[in-house]
Design a protein around this ligand. Structure first.
Ligand SMILES: Cc1cc2nc3c(=O)[nH]c(=O)nc-3n(C[C@H](O)[C@H](O)[C@H](O)COP(=O)(O)O)c2cc1C
Length: 199
């Protein structure tokens, strides 16, 4: 059975919720799914004072386990239009895997969150996708088979490059039903692609 890793970083829990939805979609399509997060690098007292969501049940991933998966989906909130240092610090430890081509031909995908509607969703997704392509991965986006990304009835995240949510300037907005559906849809497509490639 195809093995999917949903690997995420989330400061305030928006990406955590999107990760759970993405995993739901991948499981529904028949894959075995693990949800893991990357280590927090901010000192604990600063994280507590900053009201970071520190009670995230997902286990912390190690770089060496990445080759165990057929598909790796990376989710991270934006930092100035690109992925956060926590995720970059994790990925920057993969030089040995890259040198061996250990992730070549596996399935990859990206999802994100921003405070504002035009605060860098697509550039953040591409900062992740760029990394996936350097790994030699086959990238699955969020095609228009997820019609919810075209709605004009509400403000919404999600684009052809990946699922996304809009958190609001104070993190006050939670992922909408439409955005969670987009994450589920992308998870389903990742799993179906991995199953086609790896059984
Ligand atoms: C240092 C920093 C930089 C940020 N830069 C942006 C930005 O460029 N555009 C934006 O819309 N939101 C920005 N944000 C807001 C985060 O993206 C937002 O808190 C996040 O999407 C919420 O997701 P989470 O709950 O999973 O952490 C920034 C937040 C921080 C702390």
């Amino acid at each position: 059975m195809a093995k999917v890793l949903v690997l995420y970083y989330s400061t305030y829990g928006h990406i955590e919720q999107m990760a759970n939805a993405l995993a739901e979609g991948a499981r529904a399509a028949g894959a075995t799914v693990d949800i893991k997060r990357v280590p927090e690098t901010v000192p604990e007292d600063i994280a507590r004072n900053g009201h970071f969501k520190l009670d995230q049940p997902a286990p912390v991933a190690t770089v060496n386990e990445l080759p165990d998966y057929d598909a790796i989906v990376i989710g991270a909130p934006t930092r100035y239009g690109r992925m956060p240092s926590q995720m970059a610090a994790f990925l920057d430890q993969t030089g040995g895997l890259w040198a061996k081509g250990a992730l070549n031909g596996k399935v990859g995908a990206a999802f994100t969150s921003t405070a504002t509607q035009h605060g860098g969703q697509e550039t953040t997704l591409f900062s992740i996708v760029t990394n996936l392509l350097h790994f030699g991965m086959v990238v699955v986006g969020l095609p228009y088979s997820f019609a919810g990304q075209m709605t004009l009835d509400e403000i919404t995240g999600c684009s052809p490059y990946g699922a996304s949510t809009i958190a609001g300037g104070q993190g006050q907005r939670q992922p909408s039903g439409n955005e969670l559906d987009g994450a589920r849809h992308q998870g389903e497509l990742v799993a179906k692609t991995a199953i086609k490639l790896f059984g």
